[in-house]
Design a binder for this molecule. Structure first.
Ligand code: ZN
Length: 103
C-alpha cells in the first residue's frame, strides 16, 4: 500500500508574473484581535510590496508563501531596467562615436 500524494493545484491562486515593480518591505502590524500578542506591543511582521503607479505609491500585502517569488520578481524587474539603462548608455556612446567619425 503506497501513500497517495495528491498534487492538487490551487486554482484560485493567480500565477505570479515573472517581473514586478517595486520593493518588498517588512512592516510591523496589528491584526486587530484583542487577545493577540500584537495588542500588547509585540506586533506581527507583515510583508508588503510598494510600487509607484501613475505617480502614486501603492502597497499590496505579500503572503509569507509568496514572499520568495514576489521578491524574486521585483529583483528581476530591477535587473531588466538596469539592463535597459545600460543598453541606452551604450547606444548613446555609439551615436556619439558615429558623430565624432562623420565630422
Ligand atoms: Zn495579532
Amino acid at each position: 500500500m503506497g501513500i497517495v500524494v495528491s498534487k492538487r493545484i490551487n486554482k484560485t491562486q493567480e500565477p505570479l508574473p515573472k517581473t514586478l515593480p517595486g520593493v518588498v518591505c517588512a512592516q510591523r502590524v496589528r491584526c486587530g484581535k484583542p487577545r493577540c500578542r500584537c495588542a500588547h506591543g509585540q506586533r506581527h511582521l507583515a510583508f508588503y510590496r510598494f510600487w509607484r503607479e501613475g505617480g502614486r505609491l501603492r502597497k499590496r500585502y505579500v503572503r509569507r508563501a509568496d514572499l520568495a517569488s514576489v521578491g524574486a520578481a521585483c529583483e528581476a524587474r530591477l535587473r531588466e531596467r538596469q539592463a535597459l539603462a545600460e543598453g541606452w548608455q551604450q547606444w548613446r556612446k555609439l551615436v556619439a562615436g558615429v558623430r565624432e567619425v562623420s565630422r
